[in-house]
Design a binder for this molecule. Structure first.
Ligand code: 4AD
Length: 457
């Protein structure tokens, strides 16, 4: 069906005076004695295109006025009276799909909570139109950032036999149900599709390391799955994960790349989504534009975990979770550090080894690992990363201390035998940076179909 994108009509003045065909859905409509007006949206722009109807020329328009109706309009582009906005004087209108009165979005403004009950329809609202455009531009910025720096894009497997984070949050993959007939778990798994225990990947890192040991610099960008039962504003069971892995790199290099990547994503979104950001500034977070501009203009803070604990202990606040060296930082601690102390993104580094994963590079102090999490105001952790342990003996010891078998990690262990080099990487939770850039506070509202504990459709 040949037609012109509404965005092109807004951005290219050469359309003025020309006849176009546009397709879209009615957002609102107004009727008067001689004229009628339709706000049409085709998803290419946040702004709606006004269709002006001279009722003496086009009759029987009442049937296609309701919001949600799909239309094809042929008409001439003209300069409108208000704000230099262009509009289309309709010459011919065809209804492609009617939209009866039980369409739930005909109400003026619906709450995000109400919209969550209809993921298939909420995408048609201004809020989700803006979110998905920001998401798309941000995804493209991720690829541009890495491609322009000689990183190779790798697709790591989603079905896996190993648990990267070792936190027991792996979704099992099985084609048969467990039955009492099996003597034990091993016998059951042996009978299953892969002949062994398998699950959905929580992270592409381990396979990413395999690729980085050949390609030098790689990144993955795909879904990760976590069977965490945390019903919070920032956890989903299926999220999109950006994971670079870099050979010949130490913790400082990892931090620098992470900072540059975040700045690049934000700059691109600011340059390419000005009207979306204006929308979020108005309805979701006052001061959003200034916040994002500050991110681009200044360096992030870097804070050693041990110093973070000292600062938290001195804080003039009663935390729900007590702070002691060795504890994992809770959301309330992360927020205090980023919002009250620094008021900007903070890389916390060198965490105690006992609260971090087996693969992290052990520091000479014997107590900490060369890990870093990036915490941002309002959202908390958006990146988790580390330098990796490249020493075979130390890696095997860390695995043994955690009671891990070596069989599932044979490939990973081999990397330390054959030409091992200092290397590292990180994982960015893609939904979390979208939350940060838009001011949307619930992760369920920045993904098409959120999967959370007890909820899937
Ligand atoms: O800190 P995490 O668990 O680190 C890893 O998975 C490493 N293997 C990454 C690496 O070094 N290649 O997860 C990384 C990021 C978190 O900082 C968070 O932003 C996001 O992934 N994330 C989630 N996002 C939404 N819902 C969840 N349940 C998430 N779990 C982690």
């Amino acid at each position: 069906m040949k037609h012109t994108d509404i965005k092109s009509i807004f951005t290219d003045p050469s359309y003025i005076g020309k006849q176009v065909t546009v397709c879209g859905w009615v957002r609102t409509s107004r009727d008067s004695k001689n004229m009628a007006f339709i706000e049409l949206n085709d998803g290419t722009a946040l702004k709606h295109l006004q269709i002006v109807i001279d009722k003496s020329k086009i009759t029987e328009i009442s049937d296609f006025m309701p919001g949600g109706t799909a239309l094809k309009v042929v008409g001439t582009v003209v300069e409108g009276a208000v704000n230099n906005a262009v509009e289309v004087n309709a010459e011919e209108i065809s209804v492609l799909g009617i939209c009866p009165g039980d369409y739930p979005l005909q109400k003026k403004r619906c709450s995000l909570e109400f919209l969550r009950t209809m993921p298939h329809l909420r995408v048609r609202t201004n809020t989700f139109n803006a979110i998905f455009r920001v998401r798309s531009v941000a995804a493209s910025a991720v690829h541009e950032f890495f491609q322009s720096r000689n990183f190779v894009y790798i697709n790591t497997p989603l079905l896996t036999a190993s648990d990267c984070e070792g936190a027991g949050e792996v979704f099992k993959v099985t084609t048969i149900g467990y039955s009492e007939d099996y003597k034990n778990e091993e016998e059951y798994y042996a009978d299953d599709f892969f002949g062994k225990k398998a699950g959905l990947s929580v992270s592409g890192q381990l396979e990413g390391e395999v690729a980085a040991m050949a390609m030098g610099k790689i990144y993955t960008f795909g879904p990760s799955f976590r069977a965490e039962k945390s019903n919070t504003l920032r956890h989903v069971a299926e999220f999109w994960h950006v994971e670079p892995e870099i050979a010949f790199a130490e913790l400082d290099d990892i931090i620098e790349i992470a900072q540059d990547m975040i700045k690049h994503i934000i700059s691109e979104v600011m340059a390419k989504c000005p009207s979306e950001l204006e929308f979020f500034e108005k309805f979701f977070e006052k001061g959003l534009h200034e916040k994002l501009q500050n991110i681009i203009d200044s360096d992030f803070a870097v804070l050693d975990y041990t110093e973070a604990i000292e600062l938290l202990k001195k804080a003039d606040v009663k935390f729900q979770y007590p702070v002691e060296w060795g504890c994992d930082l809770q959301t309330e601690h992360e927020r205090y550090i980023t919002e009250k102390i620094f008021n900007k993104p903070v890389f916390v580094t060198n965490y105690p080894k006992d609260i971090k994963s087996f693969y992290m590079k052990q520091n000479p102090d014997g107590k900490t690992v060369a890990a870093t999490d990036l915490l941002v105001p309002g959202v908390g952790e958006i990146i988790g990363g580390s330098q990796r342990e490249e020493d075979l003996t130390k890696l095997l010891k860390a695995m043994e201390e955690r009671g891990m078998g070596t069989e599932e990690y044979a490939d990973y262990i081999d990397l330390r035998k054959f030409g091992s080099v200092p290397h590292g990487g990180f994982g960015l939770g893609f939904e979390r940076i979208i939350m940060y850039m838009t001011g949307v506070q619930n992760i369920r509202d920045v993904i098409l179909y959120p999967r959370t504990v007890g909820s899937i459709r």
